[in-house]
Design a protein around this ligand. Structure first.
Ligand code: SF4
Length: 396
């Protein structure tokens, strides 16, 4: 559905989910529960699954946490990634418990047994057929590179990550996914662009420690969105400091939908409201957004505040709710279909969604991008301006 040409990467499988190659960009999240609290972790994963999360990561900071992975896995459907720092024995335990991928920074698991530990982890991954994510963050770049570059720069992060990748390749291991996350958006974008020129492994995108739902969503949208628009990125996690982890998944899909990379449920557009609005436009748009949460159909829904510009602005939508004096009008592909009281807008819209047959694939794109012709007598502002400009030389 997208016009964006994605960078060609090799494909790696995380459980039954392909990442890279021609696979769709995969949405991930990470639990903030104590992993050894199996009940709480499973409940959070199930909520994330319902929201559309396709791969879940859990921390495995202790033996008890790593040992809980098997019990968690038996109750969830999506692949599980174990996040390992410092102790390679925890990676071995997580793999034994059935983890579908491990995330390590090879540099920080050397302290116990040096390279022997890394080799044991790689061999265990080979035997079980699971991939490794080499995860380098600005905060975990090794000291040698910090000395070389003077600060945790994108170049330092990329050199660190590609060094680890070479190490894995030396061990004849190639099921690799890479991330180079920064909390600083321009640095993050630069790091991934640089990395994408040097490797053909799938890339896991993210802005680390991005902030709360509000600020983190903006930073993630800019950082991840810029890279996806460049065609870079095979999987992503929107990291948010939030009380509801499903926010991460919702924001991830909004980014993908906005770029027309993936479809999932309706795409909502809403005018910002202004002095012409004849309805409480913010309340109406919020109510429509809430009502659409349970809708699976892929369609475009617009909420417009007035009849002056609303119908025109909503013409590109499948369904539109346009505020009017006391009543709202529902439009289907630019044509009015129903006029209802304001408090009946949501049930009426949901009825129309139920009846709506969403076109898919090329038919949909052809309709959306086809030039819209003005009806006879209809003023078409843009054409008027173009014609006026074309006649400019004759006017002297
Ligand atoms: Fe204002 Fe109407 Fe445009 Fe909304 S649709 S911004 S209310 S003019």
């Amino acid at each position: 559905m997208t016009m964006i040409e994605r960078r060609k990467t090799r494909q790696v499988w995380v459980g039954n989910v392909p990442v890279g190659g021609d696979a769709p960009v995969v949405v991930q999240s990470m639990c903030d529960t104590d992993t050894k609290d199996v009940e709480a972790t499973v409940a959070q994963i199930q909520a994330l699954e319902a929201a559309g999360c396709e791969v879940i990561r859990v921390a495995a900071p202790t033996k008890e946490a790593a040992q809980a992975i098997g019990r968690i896995k038996s109750r969830i459907r999506i692949p599980l990634v174990a996040d390992i720092h410092f102790d390679y024995l925890l990676a071995l335990e997580a793999i034994a418990q059935g983890a579908d991928k491990i995330r390590i920074n090879p540099g920080n698991i050397l302290y116990r047994d040096g390279m022997a530990g890394v080799e044991k982890v790689v061999n265990a991954c080979k035997q079980t057929g699971i991939p490794i994510r080499v995860g380098v963050n600005a905060g975990s770049i090794d000291k040698r590179l910090l000395d070389k570059y003077g600060y945790p720069s994108p170049e330092a992060a990329v050199e660190s990550a590609t060094g680890y990748v070479r190490l894995l390749e030396e061990l004849d291991f190639h099921d690799i996914i890479i991330s180079v996350k920064f909390s600083d958006v321009p640095q993050m974008v630069r790091a991934y662009r640089l990395l994408s020129q040097q490797v053909d492994y799938p890339l896991h995108l993210g802005v680390t420690e991005s902030g709360t739902t509000w600020s983190g969503s903006i930073k993630s949208s800019i950082g991840i969105g810029t890279l996806l628009y460049d065609g870079i990125g095979d999987t992503l996690r929107v990291s948010l400091n939030t009380t509801d982890k499903t926010d991460e998944v919702k924001v991830a899909y909004e980014i993908l939908k906005a770029l027309e990379i993936r479809a999932r449920g309706p795409v909502l557009t809403a005018c910002p409201s202004c002095g012409r609005a004849e309805v409480d436009q913010v309340a109406l748009a919020t109510a429509v957004e809430k009502a659409l949460e349970g809708v699976k159909k892929e369609l475009r829904v617009a909420v417009m505040g007035c009849v002056v510009n609303g119908p025109g602005e909503a013409a590109g939508s499948d369904l539109a709710v346009v505020g009017g004096k006391d009543k709202v009008m529902i439009y289907k592909r630019g044509e009015p279909v129903r006029r209802v009281k304001q408090n009946e807008a949501i049930p009426a819209l949901l009825e129309e969604i139920e009846r709506f047959e969403a076109p898919s694939g090329e038919a949909r794109l052809a309709r959306e991008y086809a030039p819209r012709k003005a009806k006879p007598g209809q003023v078409h502002g843009h054409n008027e301006i173009v014609q006026w400009l074309e006649k400019a030389p004759q006017r002297g």
